[in-house]
Design a protein around this ligand. Structure first.
Ligand code: MRU
Length: 360
């Protein structure tokens, strides 16, 4: 996508390094960084300089290539895999991409592994863009159908599942970009998404692309739905069970409950690498990342002098808990927008995706 008329991917190869957009500096500053080692990549994922399930997967793949450039022996490969796979726990795309990389390079001699790893990482990144474009086209149909004679289609989204969270286009935001580009009047309610406020990334993306949007607090969605101000909810996902349960940013579940109560269609936009075919009980089997209490107790922003500042919002001694994701049961999900079309959030609906994923 474009930033000030320059086209960017959220990760790219830059000679013997990779480039990323440092998302901890957005929305106030657009800063890119060069990463040259597997360790730097693991840190970028853990510190959320890069974030969003598909992007975490793609960046980790490049991280393995970087690590192999330094040590492509069997032990070097095993160490890099271990380092990267533990960078963040919930998005299954990390395991998916590293396993794919491992299967691709392990049978090769150490000398052959480096080029092969770079090639496979580039393929994972390119494929991510194709998957998101397909999701965009299928999701566009939903928005077009809803548009009818409405003056505007109001979509609510949670967190950031835009181009910043993928290699390009995004998952939940791809249909919105496609609809806007086609001239369908679309307006987005952007959940702030406390505590890390990924909604501000979504607002920044939408503003850069000229898509009308309004930032709302996380508690506003139910009220907006009760008053007929939301036509459709589209969210992304970090891991989806084979039966269609959607694990996504904390607070997604509450939006799905409100959507159900108000007969608002609730969709998750999900590329096949985000489906975890091994999960049978999502509530006990999906690891939910517990992040620092400080993310709840402090907020970051610009002060009056336009300097980045962190301020305490609780008094000393207040304890906080910070689960980063939740699970929306399949029965609350109207459908899943995938690269193969919009499918039911059921085992039968998702099954064809398993075949297309294994055929890649
Ligand atoms: O903690 P984050 O910012 O990595 O969480 C991101 C989300 O929950 C997204 O909705 C999800 O990864 C889908 S991104 C296309």
């Amino acid at each position: 996508m474009k930033v000030a008329d320059v086209s960017y991917r959220s990760v790219w190869r830059d000679g013997d390094s990779i480039g990323i957009v440092d998302q901890t500096r957005l929305p106030h500053e657009f800063v890119t960084r060069r990463l040259s080692t597997g360790e730097a990549v693991a840190h970028a994922i853990t510190a959320m300089q890069v974030r969003g399930a598909p992007l975490i997967g793609a960046v980790a793949a490049y991280g393995l290539a970087l690590a192999l450039s330094k040590d492509s022996s069997d032990s070097g490969l095993a160490a890099a895999f271990e380092l990267l796979i533990h960078a963040r726990p919930t998005a299954v795309n990390l395991r998916w991409s590293l396993t794919r990389m491992l299967e691709h390079v392990q049978p090769l001699s150490p000398e052959m592994r480096i080029d092969a790893a770079w090639g496979e990482a580039e393929r994972i990144a390119d494929e991510d863009i194709e998957l998101n474009q397909s999701i965009g086209r299928h999701g566009l149909e939903l928005i077009r159908d809803l548009a009818g004679d409405k003056s505007t289609v109001n979509v609510l989204t949670h967190c950031n599942a835009g181009w910043l969270a993928t290699v390009d286009y995004g998952t939940a935001l791809a249909p919105i970009y496609f609809a806007h580009d086609e001239g369908i009047p679309v307006h987005v309610w952007v959940d702030e998404t406390r505590p890390r406020n990924q909604g501000l990334l979504t607002a920044w993306e939408l503003a850069s692309h000229g898509v009308p949007h309004t930032l709302v607090t996380d508690n506003a969605g139910g009220h907006l739905m009760q008053h007929g101000k939301v036509d459709l909810v589209i969210v992304g996902a970090d891991r989806v069970s084979a039966g269609g349960d959607v694990c996504n940013k904390i607070g997604t579940y509450l939006k799905a409950l409100a959507a159900k109560a108000n007969a608002v269609p609730f969709y998750a936009a999900v590329p096949s690498p985000t489906i975890d075919w091994t999960i049978s009980d999502p509530l006990t089997e999906i690891p939910i990342e517990e992040r620092s209490a400080n993310e709840v107790l402090f907020v970051r922003g610009l002060n009056e002098d336009n300097r980045a500042t962190r301020v305490a919002i609780a008094t000393e001694g207040v304890t906080a808990e910070n689960p980063a994701f939740d699970v929306t049961p399949a029965e609350l999900v109207t459908g899943i927008i995938t690269e193969a079309g919009v499918v039911a959030a059921t085992r039968e609906g998702l099954a064809p995706l398993s075949e297309s994923a294994s055929g890649r």
